[in-house]
Design a protein. Structure first.
Length: 228
């Protein structure tokens, strides 16, 4: 654990710690960093407590859903839990954690530190927002995957084909085939299984070839936040 802690910004060798895995609540600011007066001297909050402070200010002392990358489980999220529950005496601090797996790019984890990020604003020059979202949802959030722009191009084509069957029906009140909708909702309820939900949409679209204005497809796409 000390190795992981050190890799993720902690300093287990700090002589001021009682335990090597202790994390910082308040630390002295460097000359080029913001600083506030405090009972321990001028400084700034540690990065773990920043998130607890922000969430409590805007969301209250307990959160329903907390997201983040899988690499933040330790030490960041575990530190959040420890300090938040100790401060509020409310447990659990978070009811549901949703940790996303890493996205790979050219054989390496996509990250800011490596400088190999693929940014949405650049992708938007070539692809629609709906296709980008469709492409992202095609991968379960807990499973690692590799960015491939060819797959994004295929996603663009799939979204275009579905849109031809859903014109002007995103707000249609007709419910369509309820058994299909029930299966779609069940997939999303099952740990947000978006790939299965997408496959239901694709299967429905294949069965709808030749039709026009399919309200069921429009509703499912609308739930996923993809404009039709």
């Amino acid at each position: 654990m000390t190795i992981i802690s050190r890799e993720r910004g902690n300093d287990p060798r700090d002589p001021r710690k009682k335990n090597p895995l202790d994390f910082i609540l308040w630390q002295p600011s460097k000359e080029d960093e913001p600083s506030w007066p405090g009972p321990f001297g001028d400084g700034r909050p540690g990065w773990h407590i920043e998130c607890s402070a922000m969430s409590m200010k805007y969301l209250g002392k307990q959160i329903d859903i907390h997201g983040g990358g899988r690499d933040l489980i330790f030490p960041h999220h575990e530190s959040e839990i420890a300090q938040s529950e100790s401060y509020t005496d409310i447990k659990p601090f978070v009811r549901y954690w949703m940790h996303t797996a890493m996205v790979q790019h050219e054989g390496k984890k996509m990250s800011k530190s490596l400088g190999n990020l693929v940014l949405v604003d650049k992708l938007r020059h070539k692809h629609s927002a709906g296709a980008i979202r469709w492409y992202l949802l095609n991968h379960h959030y807990r499973k690692e995957w590799n960015f491939d722009e060819k797959e994004l191009t295929r996603a663009e084509e799939e979204v275009k084909q579905i849109r031809t069957l859903t014109a002007d029906n995103a707000n249609n009140d007709r419910k369509g085939n309820m058994s299909t909708m029930d299966a779609f909702v069940a997939a999303l309820d099952n740990d947000f299984d978006t790939p299965t939900a997408q496959q239901i949409i694709i299967d429905t679209a294949k069965q709808s070839v030749g039709e026009k204005n399919n309200p069921l497809l429009a509703r499912m796409m609308h739930i996923l936040g993809i404009p039709v």
